[in-house]
Design a protein around this ligand. Structure first.
Ligand code: FMN
Length: 170
């Protein structure tokens, strides 16, 4: 068997099939927020969050290259990753659709660096925008965590295209 292939084989599946297969992997849901130089706020829903390193404390998430918020998140020095609780599915929807001023509809306070921390979340990570890696049609963002808070709550879960709670049998 040839184990040294320089390139991946051309996929025999389409993107719909790929997305459906990926959607079997249950994730939590985050809203990633930041503040622009003019004082306005920006945020988007992302389920691509994951941990990277304990020392230094690093996390990652990915943003599609064509996202309108790409210039904001690429250029800003800091952002906050808000981990949504089970009763915050409305926030996942709010921040994944074009809305004039979503921050007028949510409760938040400001982080130490002046970025929005959404109230009622299970956890928040205030990150320095450490590095970015373009891959395919997304950019992987690696954040260095400068501050984090948590308040154990049932998390919001994204699975097979649906948002819900854990529904762990008792
Ligand atoms: C549950 C859920 C998870 C999502 N995860 C991501 C993600 O990890 N990365 C991403 O680029 N978009 C993700 N999206 C889509 C963005 O939230 C959506 O495209 C958003 O409107 C992008 O905003 P923008 O184009 O204004 O930047 C997700 C949407 C939902 C509902």
């Amino acid at each position: 068997m040839n184990t040294s292939s320089p390139r991946a084989a051309t996929p025999a599946f389409d993107s719909v099939h790929f997305r459906q297969a990926l959607s079997q992997f249950a994730t939590g849901v985050t809203v990633i927020t930041t503040r622009l130089a003019d004082g306005t706020f920006r945020g988007l829903t992302a389920s691509s969050f994951n941990s990277v390193s304990l020392d230094p404390p690093l996390v990652l998430w990915s943003l599609k290259s064509q996202a309108s918020s790409m210039p904001v998140f690429s250029g800003n020095s800091h952002y906050v990753i808000n981990i949504l609780a089970a009763d915050q599915a409305h926030l996942a929807k709010l921040f994944s659709t074009r809305t004039e001023d979503p921050f007028s509809q949510v409760e938040f306070e400001l982080s130490r660096t002046g970025h929005p921390v959404l109230k009622g979340c299970a956890a928040s990570f205030e990150c320095h925008n450490r590095s970015r890696y373009p891959e395919g049609d997304h950019v992987i963002f690696v954040g260095e965590v400068e501050h984090c808070e948590f308040s154990p709550r049932e998390p919001l879960v994204f699975h097979a295209g649906r948002l819900g709670g854990l529904h762990v049998p008792g």
